[in-house]
Ligand binder design. Structure first.
Ligand SMILES: *Cc1c(COP(=O)(O)O)cnc(C)c1O
Length: 458
């Protein structure tokens, strides 16, 4: 076949352009500050790039959550409780990346640990023994509740849940796994089996066989499901739960629920898996929500804040009885990047900050103040606000109607405060700021909420 020379030349010309584009981007990454012209270029490139090469759907989504010309808010830098868009406007981050920024944005200790590690070794050989993995696993044994002891490291929440599910399957011959309504465990095919939202699951059915969803918080239903599964020979291998449901809208477990689930698991010989991807690392007022409720799971899933908001990192921690199923062949479940030295350095520094700065206790204290302040701000607005609930710095404001929550979160964004609330899911807006958030920032959020709520139509 003849070579099409015109095409070859075109590509060569294109390559020069690609190279200079790359240089321009690298130059911007290296800059401390960008000029207004550069900011305008970045914004245009971002919007064009999302439209042409990422997914135009995101632009539609951003438009729905912001006023007119602002839809192109492009983030550029962050520090402490705040991030800035490329034009320099600052926002208090009360979304916290859905719980990534427990130690704040770019905590200096976490950044330093990662930088120091980066200067020596970034990733591992995959063959020799890497020290930080061992040390982090030891630290986790010390800070996790009960007899949790062995750790497997991952890069994300969904991977932690996948690893937990494979661990359950290695350990148990049973195939039934109980999950709950409104649960969120991630979106890869395994963890999605546990996730509850029909919209996210339907196109991908059938998922892992054996999953049963029952209402969260209903202990009688849990008991009946255990009984029924045993009767029909489909015994329960494990129960998978978020101790406090995050994406579901900050749903707290009823009193004693988690303890009673633990008892049922013990009675029927099933494992208890806690997905603490969002509740872990101090968010709920203790290092882990397991401790708040006095219940130790057999397997604990971590991610989000685990890497300190600097590195993607996650872990599953399990007791020896369960984890030893992986002893004979550690290659039954592996990941190239999970537990890499940069991620471990970040996680170790994150735990240091949480302990040294007493952040779990701070989450409890500031959380109470925040919750009370928001509740007080909503007095007289009962026609709009249904309930404000939370634990630690995991707070949900539930409205009577989606539209109200949507208007409130939009109004707060205009005032420089980011909370979670979107057109498709605004019935409950979530407030999950860094556990380091300053009191005057909390006061500003409460005052802004009061003002915006008063201006919003019921
Ligand atoms: C966010 C979340 C996940 C998924 O984590 P990813 O890192 O997005 O895969 C799983 N479980 C819970 C409870 C979460 O909040």
């Amino acid at each position: 076949m003849a070579i099409d020379h015109t095409k070859v030349t075109e590509q060569r010309g294109g390559e020069e352009e690609t190279k200079s584009y790359i240089k321009k981007v690298l130059g911007l990454i290296a800059k401390k500050e960008v000029t207004p012209e550069e900011a305008a270029w970045i914004t245009k490139e971002t919007v064009d790039g999302f439209r042409e090469n990422v997914n135009p759907g995101f632009l539609e989504y951003r438009k729905t959550v912001t006023q007119g010309g602002q839809f192109a808010a492009v983030e550029w830098s962050d520090e402490g409780s705040c991030f800035k868009d490329v034009s320099g406007k600052e926002y208090i981050d009360c979304l916290g990346g859905f719980g990534i920024y427990n130690v704040g944005h770019r905590h200096p200790k976490v950044v330093a640990a990662v930088e120091n590690q980066l200067k020596r070794q970034a990733l591992h050989s995959q063959d020799l023994l890497d020290p930080l993995r061992a040390m982090l696993a030891k630290i986790l044994e010390r800070i996790t509740p009960g007899d949790l002891k062995y750790s497997f490291f991952t890069n994300s929440g969904t991977e932690s849940v996948e690893a937990a599910l494979k661990l359950v399957k290695m350990y148990s011959e049973r195939t039934t796994i109980i999950s709950t309504t409104r649960a969120f465990h991630g979106k890869s095919l395994g963890s999605l089996s546990g996730t509850a939202k029909g919209m996210f699951r339907k196109p991908f059915l059938p998922l892992i066989p054996g999953f049963r969803h029952i209402p969260f918080g209903d202990i009688e239903m849990m008991r009946k499901t255990f009984e029924t599964c045993a009767m029909v020979g489909e015994d329960v291998a494990a129960v998978l739960l978020e101790p406090v449901q995050g994406e579901g809208g900050i749903i707290l477990p009823p009193p004693n629920y988690l303890r009673e689930v633990r008892e049922l698991c013990d009675e029927y010989g099933a494992l208890l898996v806690f997905d603490e991807v969002q509740t872990g690392m101090g968010r709920t007022g203790r290092m882990f929500a397991s401790e708040v409720y006095g219940v130790t799971p057999d397997i604990l899933c971590l991610a989000k804040a685990f890497g300190g908001g600097v590195m993607p990192a996650g872990a599953v921690v399990a007791n020896e009885r369960v984890f030893k199923s992986f002893f004979p062949n550690p290659f039954m479940h592996t990941t190239t990047f999970g537990g890499n030295p940069l991620a471990c350095a970040a996680a170790i520094a994150t735990i240091d900050v949480l302990l040294e700065e007493n952040l779990p206790a701070r989450a409890d204290e500031v959380g109470r103040y925040f919750l009370n302040g928001l509740r007080e701000a909503a007095v007289g607005q009962e026609d709009k606000v249904m309930e404000i609930r939370g634990i630690g710095l995991m707070i949900g404001i539930e409205f009577h109607r989606d539209e109200v929550g949507y208007e409130v979160s939009k109004g707060m964004f205009d005032e420089g405060i980011l909370v979670a609330g979107t057109l498709i899911n605004s019935k409950t807006i979530r407030i999950e700021p860094p556990l380091t958030i300053a009191m005057d920032e909390v006061d500003r959020v409460i005052a802004t909420f009061r003002k915006v709520l008063a201006q919003t139509q019921a």
